[in-house]
Write a new protein. Structure first.
Length: 132
């Protein structure tokens, strides 16, 4: 469905559909689609000017966490240096942390868990070797 909106990928469209389903179940309230933040910076003359805008994907109120969340879906291309810089600007100027969600984040978390599991196995192996 994705409510007639175009999305960069099928995965992102499916993620939006999941968010709409969470809203129908009363777990979240979608407050804004594509929340936009104006970033202001000094120009060469020292005047503060509108430099660029940063868009997220959703602003929701999460009823389970009892807090507002700003979400940005990241698919296969993942989190780039530019997107990290933009998110830091939003945090500095607006005091808002944009949370990354989606395939990229899931892949990153699986890799992190695998690395931790491997580290634990190495520690166990060293401990068993030391006990012999």
């Amino acid at each position: 469905d994705s409510r007639g909106r175009n999305h960069p990928s099928k995965e992102e469209a499916a993620w939006f559909d999941q968010q709409y389903a969470l809203e129908r179940r009363g777990l979240i309230v979608i407050e804004e689609i594509e929340p936009t933040f104006q970033i202001r910076m000094p120009n060469f003359a020292g005047e503060i000017v509108d430099a660029f805008k940063v868009k997220g994907d959703l602003r929701v109120f999460d009823n389970t966490m009892k807090r507002r969340r700003w979400l940005d879906y990241k698919g296969k291309s993942g989190d780039t240096e530019i997107s990290r810089l933009k998110h830091k600007c939003v945090l500095i100027q607006h005091g808002i942390t944009i949370e990354l969600v989606g395939k990229y984040v899931e892949r990153k978390e699986r890799a992190k868990a695998k690395k931790a599991s491997n580290r634990d196995l190495i520690r166990k192996s060293k401990k068993q070797t030391a006990q012999r």
